[in-house]
Design a protein around this ligand. Structure first.
Ligand code: ADP
Ligand code: MG
Length: 466
């Protein structure tokens, strides 16, 4: 048996198994045209007629093809898809040519990760599941809605429109919906695609005169996950095409989930018809997570990475990176690498040096009364209890007045709020303390220097008391 006949035979056998798993129409459209080229050293090369069909195969059938073939070959198999003009039998140039490299609204997008996505369907990231998604107040509703959509019995919330800033978990939730639907069975045809990739595939379809094929593949899905719809801005033909896809799926009772960086009514560069379709569904936003959720996310991800992260460091980082979870992940990876290289737990000072650049662009940390109290207590060597308590000994009243003064100067808190945090005394006593220190500073250069020094210490104090 020659190598060719054996790969052909194995492929035939694999196809037979696949035939029983995939509906006939899809089988004829996607698998029949595939030709096995060679199978060598565990690598199977399959010739496919177009980039489009390669993408479709990778996105929808890759795992099953690999599984069936490796069952027949009784060895693990890696697959390479080679685009071949079938009638000529010659491979196309290797690099998939991105359509029209002309400036495009896409390139101005802040979502650099999406920009890097080639003109293909992106497979679902197996790490983006509901289990790995940390729920907090900021994303609770979005998470619940996503779970409801992922229930194949339910037809609630169609379409679901998720929106929120970069790195807040929209793509993660979409992948989680897709993965959950797929887990119910192979008969659920799930397609995840960014609007950018949709556009590219559409342009490719026009170029290759495969529009019918393009339409069919979108209109035969049970769940369409369209990510980052804002990238459609300015791409009118793609929008119109998507509008028809949307309607066809919607009318057939199929599920649609859309994500965007803003709510439909703000997407003024999108076709009004499309926006009103989105508005007819459930619109849910994802807000930046609050501190506790950020800490929990860091701790979960650290656990996944098998990395011991102290809660002191987790809080320190989460306090400073507030608006983007991807950035939090980046920080965590840096910390892990640092710890591995140095072989010792990282100190707060080292964290500050290491991650400082990541903290820029974030809002400066708000100074809390608690932090002021912490620094003043340390400096004068008094306890918090004495600082905030009723003891009128000079040893305590001087630091107390200074702390009250600094609380008023360095925070936005009102006198009553400060009074509450200084043992619940009357707020006029805070006003009195403030005026007293103000006067002292005016009269006494030493006092002035002391206040300056304490202000600096407070600003530099890395930890916020909790
Ligand atoms: P978006 O699509 O909104 O820009 P992503 O879904 O790509 O954001 O999320 C960025 C990163 O943060 C991903 O690695 C994702 O897994 C992670 N992430 C976002 N939200 C959560 C969450 N609530 N729990 C765990 N990881 C999250
Ligand atoms: Mg995204």
């Amino acid at each position: 048996m020659t190598a060719e006949t054996s790969v052909a035979t194995l492929w035939e056998q694999a196809l037979e198994s696949l035939r029983s798993e995939i509906d006939e129409e899809s089988f004829t459209a996607w698998l029949e045209p595939v030709q096995p080229r060679c199978f060598d050293g565990g690598k199977l090369t399959l010739a496919v007629p177009s980039e489009f069909s390669r993408n479709w195969l990778i996105s929808n059938y890759h795992e099953r093809i690999a599984q069936c073939f490796s069952d027949k070959a009784a060895t693990p198999v890696a697959i390479e898809y080679q685009i071949v003009a079938m009638d000529e039998g010659a491979p196309e140039p290797a690099a998939p040519s991105p359509p029209a490299a002309a400036p495009h609204p896409l390139t101005s997008s802040a979502d650099a990760v999406q920009r890097g996505v080639p003109t293909t369907f992106t497979p679902l990231n197996p790490q983006n599941t509901f289990e790995s998604f940390v729920v907090g107040e900021s994303n609770r509703f979005a998470h619940a809605a996503a779970q409801a959509v992922a229930d194949p019995q339910s037809s609630a919330y169609n379409p679901l429109f998720l929106y929120g800033g970069v790195g807040l978990g929209k793509t993660h939730l979409m992948h989680a919906i897709g993965a959950q639907m797929r887990a119910y069975g192979d008969h659920f045809n799930v397609l995840y695609i960014s609007s950018e990739a949709f556009m590219n595939a559409f342009i490719e379809g026009i170029k290759r005169k495969e529009l019918m094929q393009f339409r069919n593949c979108f209109r035969t899905v049970d769940l369409l996950l369209l990510d980052d719809v804002q990238f459609f801005a300015g791409a009118e033909r793609s929008q119109t095409e998507f509008f028809h896809t949307f309607n066809a799926l919607f009318d057939a009772g199929k599920k649609i989930v859309i994500s965007s960086d803003d709510q439909p009514k703000e997407l003024t560069e999108l076709d009004e018809r499309l926006r009103s379709r989105f508005e007819a569904g459930l619109i849910v936003d994802i807000q930046p997570p609050e501190l506790e959720t950020r800490v929990a996310i860091l701790q979960c991800k650290a656990q996944d990475l098998n990395f011991q992260l102290s809660s002191e460091v987790a809080i320190y980082v989460a306090e400073r990176i507030k608006t983007n979870i991807r950035k939090l992940e980046g920080a965590l990876k840096k910390l892990k690498a640092y710890t591995e290289i140095n072989g010792a737990a990282i100190t707060i000072d080292a964290v500050r040096d290491l991650l400082g650049p990541l903290f820029t662009g974030e809002e400066p940390l708000k100074i809390s009364i608690e932090k002021i109290q912490l620094v003043v207590c340390k400096f004068f060597d008094v306890s918090l209890h004495d600082l905030t308590g009723p003891n009128r000994s000079r040893k305590f009243t001087a630091p107390r007045q200074i702390a009250c003064y600094l609380a008023r100067e360095m925070t936005d808190d009102s006198y009553p709020e400060i009074a509450r945090k200084f043992g619940g005394r009357d707020h006029t006593s805070i006003l009195h303390a403030f005026r007293k220190v103000q006067q002292d500073i005016a009269d006494d250069l030493n006092k002035q220097n002391l206040i300056k020094y304490l202000t600096k210490l407070i600003k530099e104090e890395p930890l916020n008391p909790h």
